[in-house]
Ligand binder design. Structure first.
Ligand code: GCU
Length: 432
């Protein structure tokens, strides 16, 4: 249990340095923050309808959803929020090492994806654990991590990963502490392995650094022309799309690995990686189960609710505009005019199982806004013959709704708490 708690604390520390300590302060980046439920505004009045086509006609069949409305919704979210990524695939080379890990109890694969033609181009290290005695390809949970693999799992023999040195504007090797990482996910991983699931983890900054003006150092750089610093179009990909693109490339690898059942892949990540998880799940229907944690504003929380973080906070110049398409910042201060809201992104995952994981005191991320977005996406799940949340009354903390469209809120703040991993495992047992 101790490990788990430390992991959660560690995640929170990282997030605190990323700005989450801002929680409950009244003004962030010069913009007031509202935490008064009675002031959240009449968000429903202008909420775009998921089941009405752009031409005003109603969507009444699953076929219409898949053929007409879903592509419209995808385009709206892509252009206005996360940005579209290139249709052409990158050249990817795999470097694979396999041995036993976790004290000889698990198959361990370390797969490096090298992107593009240059030997020193972007690359991502994926650490994969599989149950040792599996007789058939196994389903697997892919975890998006804030830390390089050798700092995510305490297990001798993990290749040192890299972290982005913001001052030096370069990647540097992340040294493994002599006594291993203090906050490893190893006992979490063992639980998944014992239940017959594989567990993989990757550090998101391998795909691209998480700072402004860094496109050229990451995978987006592969499409930039000489001298070009950023994608040119206002609807082109931001960093979240770059990280989600990375996920799709990992799934391409899973499809080639005979030990992995690529039709049963789940994805999780927290905070900005919760946003990434949701968007990756929306974009790539090979992700069979989608578990975004504390994704908040710009993720699963309704932007029209004026509660906690807003689009204005998220895209303010010194904060996170680079994570989105340039168009997204244009909606700051006029969210009531946006052609989409968070229920659009959620509905793009339908009919696949989706578990929204939140925290009862994570006000900055607006857990109620996530619940309400899921309620609003419910009709799409229903149209496609799957169960929605089954209620529009928000459940208390630690009272999960494990429907196909699911919701669980831990008692506590921003981050992944010990019990969350147990909830995720339970959800996988139901749906993967
Ligand atoms: C900031 C940001 C959030 C984001 C979080 C994180 O707090 O405002 O939107 O989810 O950082 O990713 O750490």
């Amino acid at each position: 249990m101790k490990h788990f708690l430390l992991t959660a604390t560690f995640t929170c520390c990282i997030l605190a340095s990323a700005g989450v300590s801002a929680q409950d302060r009244d003004v962030i980046a010069g913009i007031p923050v509202n935490y008064d439920e009675s002031m959240a505004g009449d968000w429903q009045a202008t909420l775009p309808d998921l089941l009405t086509l752009n031409n005003g006609k109603p969507v009444t069949t699953a076929r219409q959803w898949y053929r007409q409305r879903r592509p419209e919704v995808l385009r709206i979210v892509e252009e206005n929020q996360y940005g579209r990524w290139p249709a052409r695939k990158a050249k990817v080379r795999y470097e694979i090492a396999e041995d036993l890990g976790l004290g000889g109890t698990a198959v361990r694969k370390q797969v490096t994806l090298h992107f593009g033609k240059d030997a020193d181009g972007p690359r991502a290290d994926v650490l994969i654990y599989l149950p040792k005695d599996a007789e058939a390809p196994v389903p697997l949970l892919l975890n998006l991590s804030f830390t390089p693999n050798n700092l995510t799992v305490a297990d001798p023999g993990i290749k040192p990963g890299r972290r982005w040195d913001a001052a030096g504007r370069r990647y540097v090797e992340a040294e493994t502490p002599a006594d291993g990482p203090k906050h490893g996910l190893d006992s979490t991983i063992r639980k998944f392995l014992d239940a017959g699931y594989g567990f993989a983890t990757v550090c998101y900054t391998d795909f691209e650094p998480d700072v402004n003006h860094a496109a050229k150092y990451g995978v987006r750089g592969l499409w930039l022309k000489d001298g070009q610093e950023e994608p040119a179009g206002d609807d082109e990909w931001g960093a979240i799309s770059a990280w989600a693109w990375g996920v799709s490339n990992i799934i391409d690898y899973f499809e080639k690995d005979d030990d992995i059942d690529a039709s049963r892949i789940a994805l999780t990540g927290c905070s900005r990686l919760g946003k990434t998880t949701l968007w990756a799940g929306a974009r790539d229907s090979r992700i069979a189960v989608v578990i975004p944690s504390c994704s908040g504003e710009g993720g699963a929380a309704l932007s029209r609710r004026n509660y906690g973080e807003t689009v204005a906070h998220l895209t303010e110049g010194t904060r996170f505009p680079y994570q989105f398409s340039r168009n997204y910042a244009g909606w700051a201060g006029k969210v009531e005019q946006m052609p989409m809201d968070a229920h659009f992104v959620i509905a793009l995952v339908a009919p696949r199982p989706l578990l929204l994981s939140t925290g009862s005191t994570d006000n900055w991320s607006d857990p109620r806004g996530e619940f309400l977005a899921a309620v609003e996406a419910g009709p799409v799940y229903e149209l496609l013959g799957r169960d929605d949340l089954g209620t529009n009354v928000m459940p208390a903390a630690e009272t999960p709704i494990f429907n196909t469209l699911g919701y669980v809120m831990h008692e506590g703040g921003h981050g992944v708490l010990p019990q969350d991993w147990d909830y995720y495992l339970e959800f996988l047992k139901l749906y993967l």
